[in-house]
Ligand binder design. Structure first.
Ligand code: SAM
Length: 239
C-alpha cells in the first residue's frame, strides 16, 4: 500500500478538507470526559496521531501537551498552527517518550490505521506504558464491520476564494479491511489537479477492543456517538 497522500503531499489541504469538523466543541467534550474519569493529580496530555493539531489548539491552555504523529508533513502544519506544544515524529505502534501522562488521547479514528488487532494490541501496550496511575486515555474508534454500508458515498467541499476542493469518497471491504477510495479535485492558481488514493482501515469490534484495553489492567468503557454520530469513544482508566 502506497503512503497516504492526504498525510503527505496533500497534508496542506487537510484542514480545509475537514473544515466542517468542530475541533473546539470536540476538545470541550474531551475536557469534560477527562475531568469525569481522571483521578491522577497532574495535567500532562499526549495526543497520539495528532495530525495538524486541531484538538491540541483548544487543549493546550488546560494541559501541558505533547503531540505525536507518524507523518512529518502533518506535524509541520501543527507546529506552525499550535504554538507552545511539543511535537514529535513517532509511530504509535512502538514508541518510548521517557515520560508518563495523565491523559492520552487518540482521536478521529486514527487507530483504524493500525489495521489489525495484533498491531492495535502493540500500540495500546505503549499507550498503557505512558499513562500515569489513575490517568485516563480516550480513544475514538471507527465504524465496525457490522455498521459498514456498502456503496456509501460522501463528499467534502471547501469553497475558498483562491482555493476550491471537492473530495468524493466511497469504500468497500477487501481482505477484512475497509478500502476507502478518495478522489480529489483541487483548484488553485488557475489550475485544477486530480488525485486518487486509497486508505486501508481496520474495522475493529467494540468488545474486542475493550478486551484488549482491559487486558492491560485498565478499566474500560465505550461511549457510543462520543464526538461523531457514527462512531464512539473508548475510555480507559489506569487502576
Ligand atoms: C484522520 S487523521 C487524524 C488526525 C487528528 N487526530 C485529527 O483529529 O485531525 C489520522 C492521523 O493518523 C496519523 N497516523 C496514521 N498512522 C499512524 C501511526 N502508525 N502512528 C502515528 N500516527 C499515525 C496520520 O498521519 C494522521 O495524522
Amino acid at each position: 500500500m502506497k503512503k497516504q497522500m492526504l498525510y503527505h503531499e496533500l497534508a496542506k489541504y487537510y484542514d480545509m478538507i475537514y473544515s466542517w469538523k468542530d475541533y473546539k466543541k470536540e476538545a470541550h467534550l474531551i475536557k469534560k470526559l477527562v475531568s469525569r474519569h481522571k483521578k491522577s493529580k497532574g495535567s500532562e496530555l499526549l495526543d497520539v496521531a495528532c495530525g495538524t493539531g486541531g484538538h491540541l489548539k483548544y487543549l493546550k491552555n488546560s494541559f501541558s501537551c505533547i503531540g505525536i504523529d507518524k507523518n512529518k508533513e502533518m506535524l509541520n502544519i501543527a507546529k506552525k498552527k499550535v504554538r507552545g506544544v511539543i511535537f514529535k515524529q513517532v509511530d504509535m505502534i512502538n514508541f518510548t517518550l521517557n515520560k508518563k501522562f495523565d491523559v492520552i488521547i487518540c482521536l478521529f479514528s486514527s487507530i483504524a490505521y493500525l489495521k489489525t488487532y495484533q498491531n492495535l494490541e502493540k500500540s495500546l501496550k505503549h499507550f498503557h506504558k505512558h499513562l500515569k496511575s489513575a490517568g485516563v486515555m480516550v480513544i475514538e474508534g471507527f465504524i465496525t464491520k457490522s455498521d459498514f454500508k456498502p456503496n456509501h458515498l460522501y463528499m467534502d467541499v471547501y469553497d475558498g476564494k483562491r482555493l476550491k476542493i471537492a473530495r468524493i469518497g466511497t469504500s468497500k471491504i477487501k481482505n477484512g479491511l475497509m478500502l476507502a477510495e478518495m478522489s480529489y479535485l483541487i483548484g488553485e492558481k488557475g489550475k485544477i489537479n486530480y488525485f486518487l488514493e486509497n486508505h486501508e482501515l481496520g474495522l475493529f469490534n467494540v468488545n474486542k477492543v475493550l478486551k484488549i484495553i482491559k487486558k492491560f489492567g485498565l478499566m474500560g468503557t465505550f461511549i457510543k456517538g462520543g464526538l461523531m454520530k457514527d462512531r464512539g469513544l473508548f475510555i480507559g482508566v489506569k487502576i
